[in-house]
Design a protein around this ligand. Sequence first.
Ligand SMILES: [Ca+2]
Ligand SMILES: [Ca+2]
Length: 48
Amino acid sequence: MLSSNAFAQISDTDNDGIPDSSDSCPNDPETINGFQDSDGCPDVVPPV
Ligand SMILES: [Ca+2]
Ligand SMILES: [Ca+2]
């Protein structure tokens, strides 16, 4: 199956669901909190 090769090419070192290729912090897992959830870096929602 070709689909297995597609998965093999995706590396996600910190297992946060964001592939290393688009993860700004590949060794630090994303904090899923609705704020910059796709940049791959742990973060907090800034105070308004
Ligand atoms: Ca990641
Ligand atoms: Ca983030």
